[in-house]
Write a protein that binds this ligand. Structure first.
Ligand code: MG
Length: 257
């Protein structure tokens, strides 16, 4: 590789000045030594592949995300019979119509990064698992619990931020009912080959920006009764739960990984 005299001179000056405080012996590098060190440094540089350039504007879905709800309607969602979802949609929020049942995305997903904002209905008369319960299910089967857990006692592997019946959240980062909250979720889908599990699902969850699940390894599909088990499947929709409370959602987006 050819170096002009001026480049090497500049390099020697740079190495001398930048290294002076920590490594005074480098001040005495000659031209050959400086060239050698520069070439050594190049051996650990990686230039490809170049990451795709995306737009990541504060408060907006990244430009490479699939937007599932941003106030423009429920066209991305269906009910459990495959018919158009009938929850209430406004420009500001999507709200559960209790009794209408769960809704799922039309699109199926495997590994994802998911963002969702949610707001508990105010239900002072309710308690435990009945207090503003909902949930988001990755691949229809793996639930990150939503609940009014601000001052509400219940089993801790069923409070907000829990992987339901599998993992207790690391902390309770809940806000009061009627305040908007967020989940940021990284989901690694389970892998199956010949109808056998070859790699389990993993979940990382941030609740209101706070880490509550750190790459936990799921034991299987969410169960209310009994132990979690895996049943082979491919990519599947994301599901929101109707548990009888009029919770709301907004700014739902997902990035396929
Ligand atoms: Mg739930």
């Amino acid at each position: 590789m050819f170096y002009s005299t001026s480049t090497l001179t500049a390099l020697i000056i740079f190495l001398s000045v930048s290294s002076f405080a920590a490594s005074p012996h480098l001040v005495s590098l000659n031209q050959d030594q400086a060239k050698s060190r520069y070439e050594e440094s190049q051996k650990t540089e990686v230039w490809t592949p170049v990451p795709a350039k995306i737009e990541a504007v504060q408060g907006k879905a990244p430009s490479d995300a699939v937007v599932l709800f941003n106030g423009s309607g429920l066209e991305s969602w269906v009910n459990q019979n495959g018919k158009p979802a009938q929850w209430e949609s406004s420009p500001y929020a999507l709200t559960i119509k209790p009794g209408e049942g769960d809704i799922s995305t039309k699109q199926s997903f495997c590994d994802v990064q998911l963002h969702i904002e949610w707001r508990s209905a105010r239900e002072d008369e309710k308690s435990g698992q009945n207090k503003a319960n909902s949930g988001i299910f990755l691949q229809n089967h793996y639930e990150v619990q939503m609940l009014d857990s601000y001052t509400n006692t219940t089993y801790v592997n069923g409070q907000a931020g829990a992987v339901y019946k599998q993992f207790i959240p690391l902390v309770n980062a809940s806000r009061p009912a009627q305040e908007w909250q967020s989940y940021d979720i990284i989901f690694t889908a389970p892998r199956f080959e010949d109808n056998k599990l070859v790699s389990p699902a993993f979940l990382t969850v941030l609740h209101n920006g706070v880490l509550v699940q750190n790459h936990v390894e799921l034991a299987g599909q969410t169960q209310w009764i009994g132990d979690a088990k895996y049943h082979p499947h491919g990519c599947l929709p994301i599901k929101l739960q109707d548990h009888g409370s009029a919770n709301s959602f907004r700014n739902i987006w997902v990035r396929e990984l």
